[in-house]
Design a protein. Structure first.
Lengths: 251, 305, 301
């Protein structure tokens, strides 16, 4: 089985401050890989490297390689196409100040899709996948920003699915939403796993335990340990820091 | 501050002499500052009231729609009024696109480095160049070098460059008010910088951009010095009531210059006419400003996020 | 397999490259214009500046006789002093009012009242300078004649008051920005120690914001130095070394405005007016630069 993403010796600096100190690991196709670790451990930076939005951050320098389906992403000429192959969900829900319909149709439209029937189909499918369709199907023209926080986060997920990504990255998606909604989204993710690879950055270790096939533990820009979730959450992971973090000794 | 005050139990919350004194000073300061600030309303009201009072006998629709007559000693303000509209519209057509794009560049494209620093400094300095120096520039660059002669075009270009910083500053502010997270969300969806700007950033800052454009209009309408030697002329008769009476390659009259002329250069002007001219000028400018303020307040109440 | 994958890099780009180039060009236009202003004003005056004009006399002689037939003199000392005296007078009036209003609006005011005052100040700033000049010519003229029993009210005092009213809005808005830029934690910390609003302002905010306040004053002064129509109409229009607030004076700006229309293009007098323009440009450029450095200074702290 070929790896979906291969990361080797990835280093990132913001000016003089290192954010990632040479990490290497692979992501398998159709797995849910969760990345846990305390704040400032480089998790968000990693996601930004993968879809190359770190290029918008001034002073950020990237070394090492990230391969998507065996191709180094730095060599991909069509960076916008690359970003459409990766879905990104950020910590705080961001409904764009457009209608719900336009929110979801945004990415297909920027990619050049104009056909109304196709757009309709994408919007409905993505909203359904994100478990939002039933709540909003009668008011697709209301502003995305007027939805509740939990609804906006599901809208964000629907939007991330709208360009049919191969990899879906979620960055602490449950930070601003209630537990019930969180559980619903977790169900969604489990079902999406059949179609895509999911990278789940989370600060809730229990969430990682519930969802992930494998779990990686980051600390201060280093990858401490990556293994199947069972091993990481067992009483004897390879590294003591992992055990301490999961059991609440720090972080 | 006063560290060694002995506080006996129970006296904790009663006012000491020191507290009373502090409170008194506080009140005196507050009232003093209120008076100082309020004093600024007085000139505004006084000026408007005084001008209106003196102008009332002359003000009428006829005054607006007739040309100055009898060597500018009588008649109305049609020719200068229309001239000002021409100058403002042409200058707006030039400065609005350049100003908005310049602000987009500074806010959305420019990275934080020495070049951006210099660009920003240039904007600040452009705003600080005296209006009469803009006039000299207009003469040197547009009237003579570009060969436009003294014309509406030359005067408008001079006005456009002079008012450019107004649009840049307010557009930058409007763009800054659009949350960064919107841009990031668009980038994550594979949108290019320009797609992000066109579909999200500009539609959501258009009200602020408009405010700046309106302010530019008000500023351009009131200026005198930059147009004096570049295209505005003391007297020029045009067809009354014809909105297309001027040609932009020729000179025109302007309300501001007209006020200057009839109040300093022309003897025996009918009492009231200069005041009425001033009222029309201040009135137009304040009206435009009020529209801009109104728009800002109204749009603030119906933000989209 | 997927329509969304088909779009290639090239199709995004052409129209976008065009528009981004346009944006970048507009972005640097301000630099081009500032240099353009200097270049074209300089170009018109350069001939006489390097060949014929006695720079020492230009800057130090009070004799301005540009139209004299046998005794042409291009000394601008009286004009320079005119500009600086009327600006100084204007600042003496505008600075206390401007800073007082800024402190009140920023620290002592309810939000509603603050909005009202800011709108009033905005409207005050919008009044065209020729209208201020007209007010000087009519209302202020009569007031000064009545109050000081002066023969003519078109004096330095008249122009100074007008310039003060014109520069107050700038001073208020920049000074208020400077006060607002002081972190709230300073205020809270001082208030927690039992200081009153005024003590907080006087002992904490004013020292913390002093650079911004200085910049506000400088920019207000730059506005006064560059102002043309109001001083042209209200200060008496007579080349004099000013001796009191009731002197009649003439400024650098007013001289250009009054004489440019009447000189032969390309002649000595014409060129001297452009050289005065360079002088004005340089003065305001330096003042603005200092103000900018002073403001940037705060941000780096």
């Amino acid at each position: 089985m070929e790896n979906k993403i291969e990361i080797s010796d990835l280093r990132v600096h913001y000016g003089d401050t290192p954010a990632l100190n040479g990490i290497s690991f692979d992501v398998h196709p159709n797995e849910i890989l969760s990345i846990i670790g305390p704040a400032q451990s480089g998790k968000t930076t990693l996601l930004k490297v993968i879809n190359r939005t770190l290029e918008f951050t001034q002073g950020a320098k990237v070394e090492g390689s990230v391969k998507l389906d065996g191709v180094d992403i730095q060599t991909i000429g069509d960076v916008y196409g690359l970003r459409r192959r990766i879905g990104m969900v950020l910590p705080l829900p961001v409904g764009l100040p457009l209608s719900i319909y336009d929110n979801v149709a945004f990415a297909p439209r920027t990619a050049g899709l104009r056909t109304k029937s196709e757009l309709d189909e994408i919007v409905e499918r993505c909203l359904q996948q994100a478990a939002l369709w039933d709540e909003v199907k009668d008011r697709l023209d209301t502003l995305g920003t007027k939805l509740s926080g939990g609804q906006q986060q599901r809208l964000t997920i629907a939007r991330a699915l709208s360009h049919q990504p191969e990899v879906l990255c979620l960055d602490e998606f449950s930070i601003a939403i209630d537990p019930v909604t969180t559980m619903r989204i977790e169900e969604v993710l489990k079902s999406l796993q059949k179609e895509m690879t999911i990278l789940l950055v989370t600060n809730l270790v229990q969430q990682a335990k519930r969802l992930a096939n494998r779990t990686a533990f980051f600390l201060n820009g280093d990858l401490i340990e990556i293994d199947t979730t069972d091993v990481i959450f067992s009483d004897n992971p390879t590294n003591q820091a992992t055990y301490d973090y999961i059991n609440g000794s720090f972080g | 501050m006063d560290t060694n005050i002995q506080v006996s139990p129970g006296a904790m919350f009663t006012e000491t002499a020191l507290d009373r004194q502090k409170r008194r000073i506080e009140n005196v300061v507050r009232i003093f500052l209120l008076v100082v600030t309020s004093l600024m309303i007085i000139p505004l009201l006084l000026i408007i009231g005084y001008l209106l009072y003196k102008a009332l006998p002359v003000l009428s629709f006829e005054f607006l729609f007739t040309n100055p007559k009898d060597n500018m000693r009588a008649g109305g303000i049609w020719a200068p009024f229309l001239g000002t509209i021409y100058l403002v519209v042409v200058s707006l057509l030039v400065s609005a696109p350049i100003g908005v794009f310049a602000a987009v560049y500074l806010n959305e494209y420019a990275r934080e480095n020495w070049f951006t620093r210099i660009t920003n400094l240039a904007v600040v300095n452009l705003a600080g160049v005296p209006s009469i120096v803009h006039a000299l520039f207009g003469v040197g660059a547009f009237v003579l070098f570009a060969g436009l002669g003294e014309s509406i075009l030359a005067a408008s270009l001079t006005l456009a460059i002079m008012t450019l910083p107004v649009i840049i500053a307010s557009t930058t502010e409007a763009l800054k008010a659009v949350p960064m997270s919107f841009r990031e969300a668009c980038w994550n969806l594979g949108a290019t910088r320009w797609q992000t700007i066109r579909r999200i950033v500009i539609p959501n800052s258009i009200s602020g951009i408009l405010t700046g454009v309106i302010l530019q209009v008000s500023r351009a309408a009131g200026e005198t010095a930059p147009i004096m030697f570049t295209g505005a002329v003391f007297y020029k008769a045009i067809a009354e009531g014809d909105l297309f009476a001027y040609n932009i390659t020729e000179q025109c009259m302007a309300l501001s210059l007209h006020l200057f002329t009839i109040s300093t250069q022309v003897p025996d002007v009918t009492e009231g006419i200069p005041y009425a001219t001033a009222v029309m000028l201040v009135g137009s400018v304040l009206l435009i400003n009020a529209v801009s303020i109104g728009l800002r307040v109204y749009l603030r109440t119906r933000k989209k996020w | 397999m997927n329509i969304l994958r088909k779009k290639s890099a090239t199709s995004v780009s052409f129209s976008e490259t065009v528009i981004e180039t346009l944006i970048r060009l507009c972005g640097v236009s301000s630099i081009i214009f500032v240099f353009g202003i200097f270049f074209f004003v300089f170009r018109e005056g350069a001939g006489f500046l390097f060949n014929g004009l006695d720079l020492v006399e230009f800057l130090t002689s009070p004799e301005w006789y540009p139209t004299s037939l046998n005794n042409k003199r291009y000394g601008t000392l009286a004009l320079i002093l005119g500009t600086f005296s009327v600006t100084t007078l204007a600042m003496c009036i505008a600075v206390p009012f401007g800073l007082g209003a800024a402190i009140f609006i920023s620290e002592f005011c309810s939000p509603k009242l603050r909005e009202t005052f800011k709108i009033i100040i905005e409207l005050l700033a919008a009044i065209p300078s020729v209208v201020w000049g007209f007010i000087g010519l009519t209302l202020m003229n009569q007031l000064i004649i009545a109050v000081f029993n002066a023969p003519i009210g078109l004096t330095m005092l008249n122009g100074g008051i007008l310039l003060a009213l014109m520069s107050v809005p700038i001073i208020v808005s920049i000074a208020e920005d400077a006060l607002k830029a002081v972190p709230d934690s300073y205020r809270e910390a001082a208030e927690a120690l039992g200081a009153t609003r005024w003590q907080v302002t006087y002992r904490v905010l004013l020292p913390a914001a002093k650079n911004g306040l200085l910049a506000a004053v400088l920019l207000g002064a730059a506005r006064s130095i560059g102002e043309t129509m109001a001083v042209l109409m209200a200060t008496g229009h007579s080349v004099n070394i000013p001796s009191s607030p009731l002197s009649w004076i003439r400024t650098l700006t007013a001289t250009i405005a009054a004489e440019l229309g009447e000189v032969a293009r390309g002649g000595e007098h014409y060129q001297v007016l452009f050289i005065i323009g360079i002088l004005l440009f340089t003065i305001t450029f330096v003042v603005n630069l200092i103000a900018d450095l002073v403001i940037k200074g705060i941000r780096q702290q």
